[in-house]
Write a protein that binds this ligand. Structure first.
Ligand code: NAG
Ligand code: NAG
Ligand code: NAG
Ligand code: NAG
Ligand code: NAG
Ligand code: NAG
Ligand code: NAG
Length: 818
């Protein structure tokens, strides 16, 4: 790529001690113009805190190999400034190191500062301490907010400039973003005219910080010049037009899949659909497109947004949560990128002529003087395949597909014709040794009634407080405790109205019940029969949040906890004792959190461990699985809580929360996509496997796993496994090469199925169909058995045993890697 090549040449050519090697970036209505050339840019989102610095080079390398030109990331304010003016740029928050890795790989960077980022990130990235500042109103024309936002944005820009990371300084950053999805629609209702003033202020502030690298504002149709407004979404960006003739068409968020939610099935987005939308975008004058996400990663610690965004942020992205290449998504998109790049000149300099043939069929030609013309043929009909006759040749277009003809003659790519292998990932115990079978556990109870301790001292007021502003998000947990006097033994119904997310109720130290919000509604009324002894009785309510809301016009005001209640005791004859204005004592966080039990080595109980016991800490040691494949821990059997390896948080776990059994129907990629269209794992744990990055592990010495279990669970099934390719399938037609590969040094151990023609079923369960299976199996065995990968050229001499098969022949195979 230009940046590094140019610097290298200069280094060789001169002995100057100070070398400035800058890249100019500008744009017109057509494209970004980099060093004077209009360019097509493929970009992909990788959020640095969602992986580890040790993973970054590999993720970035696989992105480059997948045909990306740029890596995009948001900047995570509440991760960098957890307490006001106390900063963290270490470990997975080392933004500068991340950008340097991008530069080292020879890729560009797109930095979306926000600093409101949404991103299914806790509180959309805003620090909760903002609300301690008097008069604070976020994301509008409000001085306290503008001061804080400018302070942080300036800090980031200064850091980036200091390290010379802007393209104009020789660095990788070609685009910057200020604010985020502000123009989604509903925010208008909240802020009105002040919102417009704020957006203008943002634009001016941004320009004053950097004026020689373009700024974008996504989802902002009134973005003031010179801000470029851009499009986000699954689709629909083909019809998007920027608000200014000088702004190129940029798709900042083309969602490659979607995020997991506790209690929901796994969402998927078929690659044929992603590829179709991306191709349509370039067919209709788009020139910069970003995959959201290219690698989703993991919400470590308590960083997931919500409520109820799961710990895995896999996103069904081209690189999976652990950094493995997801096939066929990665490979099919790689081919798309290469095909579009073949016509970069025509796309960015050519004249466009569109020919609508009816029934959703379109021919688009980009051509001009001295430019090799490039063509797209598209079939937007979601049900009917078509054959388009163009310049004397017939082209077959499956429904909902686009063909790319970089010279307007030969089809090099069709979005629905997937040639890349399908890999089915599996978890394996073989590298984990026998350790996983008999993990020896010790335990400690959470000290539930140590009311003096907590993050900050405990305090008493005569009302029921909002949770996040009380805890300032120092913990998921807040204790609300009060006393009630009765003269004789008496039963009541304890009634608690809460805005979520989870409630545990104790009377005189005994857990009397718990409840969590389900079905996407987070306020609920908890009711339980309780019996009081004569005299003073203690009611303790523990409220737990599962990620603070990150989205919506009023998201920051979404209350959590037992705000205002009411909390009532309903006696016989419906007498009501309202406790809402009683004296409530507060304690922020759990005792074990304050004492950091995940680092504590002393006085754990051994022997038989209690199971199904709420509020229990568990600890064990284990050996790191061998090899280099990604490691996961299976937490099936546990309820809900948080897990740590060697003191590093793996995030919240909640394997007990299973997805609705309905809603996983056969997936047809054709037609407009919605997140619930292609789901799997209905009726199963929303998240059973938790990523343990290799850098958290020590080799050859014991590692510690600590679990805090709040709901009651059994750790006896917990075990460590590695993730790798289990089954691989592929198909190739005459003239093409059929390729298969395993991963992590594993080899093809069996050929499970092969045929000429079309088999029945899908990868993983091919059993019959096609013809000439014996010959097909023999060919695959010969070329592939015992190898890590193999490639077979499909010539016209194979498949001859299959007389009834019409040309062109196709070989389909399924193998096992082990
Ligand atoms: C941010 O505010 C602090 C005072 O709270 C000030 O010292 C610092 O210079 C400000 N930083 C920037 C980049 O404006
Ligand atoms: C593409 O851009 C050209 C040049 O700006 C314009 O004439 C044409 O109408 C555009 N086509 C589409 C499909 O947007
Ligand atoms: C798809 O094609 C069929 C048959 O040619 C036609 O009836 C239908 O209207 C088409 N749908 C669209 C969206 O163009
Ligand atoms: C309930 O009401 C009835 C009739 O008013 C009364 O006799 C009884 O004592 C009441 N019970 C309690 C527990 O207050
Ligand atoms: C709350 O505590 C204050 C101070 O100890 C006391 O005066 C008041 O009576 C208490 N209120 C209730 C409702 O118990
Ligand atoms: C979740 O935990 C509850 C309480 O221990 C138990 O009854 C239920 O079977 C568990 N569900 C799953 C799916 O493990
Ligand atoms: C936020 C956003 O852009 N959402 C869009 C996602 O894509 C669908 C389908 O085109 C649109 O309807 C949404 O507006």
């Amino acid at each position: 790529m230009e940046i590094s090549k140019c610097c290298l040449l200069l280094l060789v050519a001169s002995s100057l001690s100070y070398i400035v090697c800058s890249t100019t970036v500008s744009h017109d209505g057509r494209a970004l113009i980099i060093d004077g050339q209009r360019r097509v840019i493929f970009s992909g989102s990788i959020h640095y805190p969602r992986s580890t610095p040790e993973m970054w080079p590999d993720l970035i390398r696989k992105s480059k190999e997948g045909g990306l030109d740029a890596i995009e990331t948001y900047v995570f304010w509440n991760g960098h400034e957890p307490r006001r003016r106390e900063y963290n740029f270490e470990g997975n928050y080392d933004l500068i190191r991340f950008l340097e890795e991008v530069q080292n790989a020879g890729l560009y960077a797109i930095l979306r500062i926000g600093p409101y980022v949404c991103a299914e990130w806790n509180y959309g990235g805003l620090p909760v301490w903002l609300y301690k500042i008097p008069g604070m109103q976020t994301r509008t024309d409000n001085q306290p907010w503008k001061d804080e936002m400018q302070n942080f944005t300036t800090l980031i820009v200064d850091k980036v400039k200091e390290e010379r990371l802007l393209a104009t300084q020789g660095g990788p950053i070609i685009l910057l973003q200020i604010e985020n999805e502000y123009g989604n629609g509903d925010i208008e209702i909240r802020y009105g005219e002040a919102g417009h003033r704020y957006i203008n202020w943002c634009a001016n502030m941004a320009e004053s910080l950097v004026s020689d690298v373009p700024w974008i504002m996504c989802q902002q149709s009134d973005a003031p010049q010179p801000m470029i407004n851009t499009c986000n979404g699954f689709s629909g960006c083909d019809g998007f037009t920027p608000n200014n003739g000088n702004s190129p068409k940029i798709w900042t968020e083309n969602w490659t899949g979607s995020f997991k939610i506790w209690g929901s099935p796994h969402p998927h987005r078929p690659v044929e659909e992603v590829a179709f939308q991306v191709a349509r975008f370039f067919q209709s004058n788009g020139t910069v497109q970003n995959y959201y996400m290219y690698h989703g990663g993991t919400n470590f610690g308590r960083t997931s947004g919500g409520p109820y965004i799961a710990t895995s942020y896999d996103y069904d992205a081209p690189l999976d949560e652990y950094g493995n290449i997801r096939q066929p998504k990665w490979g099919h998109l790689k081919e798309l990128h290469a095909s579009v790049k073949l016509m970069e000149k025509a796309l960015t300099y050519g004249e466009v002529v569109e020919d609508h043939l009816g029934n959703g069929l379109t021919i688009t030609k980009f051509s001009g003087d001295g430019i090799v013309p490039g063509c797209f043929l598209s079939n937007q009909n979601s049900t009917v395949d078509a054959t388009i006759s163009f310049q004397g040749t017939n082209y077959f277009l499956p429904a909902w597909s686009v063909s790319i003809l970089p010279d307007c003659k030969k089809e090099v790519y069709n979005t629905a014709k997937v040639k890349t292998q399908t890999s089915i990932m599996v978890t394996k115990k073989d590298n984990a040794g026998d350790q996983s079978k008999d993990l020896r556990w010790s335990w400690k109870p959470e000290r539930l009634h140590d009311s003096a301790k907590g993050f900050g001292n405990s305090f008493t007021v005569n009302k029921l407080l909002e949770q996040k502003t009380t805890t300032v998000d120092a913990s998921d947990y807040l204790w609300y405790t009060t006393n009630v006097e009765v003269s004789k033994k008496e039963s009541f119904t304890l009634s608690v109205s809460t805005t979520g997310h989870i409630l545990y109720a104790f009377v005189n130290g005994r857990l009397v019940g718990s409840e969590y919000a389900t079905g996407g509604t987070y306020n609920f009324i908890f009711e339980r029969k309780v019996t009081f002894k004569p005299g003073k009785n203690q009611i303790s309510l523990l409220s737990a949040t599962v990620g603070l809301s990150n989205y919506g016009a009023f998201y920051d005001n979404t209350p959590v906890g037992i705000v205002g209640g009411p909390v009532k005791l309903i006696g016989k004859n419906n007498t009501i004792l309202d406790l809402s204005e009683s004296n409530w004592s507060y304690k922020i966080g759990l005792d074990g959190e304050v004492r950091k039990l995940q680092l504590d080595e002393e006085r754990w109980y051994s022997g038989v461990i209690p199971t199904k016991r709420p509020f229990t800490w568990y600890k064990t040691t284990f050996q790191a699985p061998l090899g280099s494949e990604p490691v996961v821990v299976d937490l099936l059997g546990l309820g809900k809580g948080e897990a740590w390896v060697n003191g590093n948080s793996l995030g919240r776990f909640w394997p007990n929360f299973t997805a609705n059994p309905d809603g996983c129907k056969q997936c047809d990629y054709r037609g407009n996509f919605q997140t619930n269209k292609c789901q799997t794992a209905c009726g199963e744990a929303s998240q059973r496997w938790y990523h343990v990055p290799r850098s958290f592990l020590k080799r050859g010495e014991p590692n510690t796993l600590t679990l805090f279990e709040e709901a009651g669970g059994d750790p006896n099934q917990v075990n460590f496994q590695t993730v790798t390719v289990g089954t691989a399938c592929t198909s190739a037609g005459e003239g093409d090469a059929l390729s298969l590969s395993c991963q992590g040094g594993r080899t093809i151990s069996s050929v499970d199925f092969a045929t000429f023609g079309e088999p029945d079923g899908t990868c993983g369960d091919y059993e019959s169909g096609g013809c000439g299976s014996d010959e097909a199996v023999a060919i695959l065995k010969d070329a592939c058995l015992g190898r890590e990968s193999c490639s077979i050229k499909i010539s016209d001499t194979i498949g001859t045993s299959c007389a009834k098969l019409a040309s062109p022949r196709k070989l389909v195979g399924q193998v096992t890697c082990s």
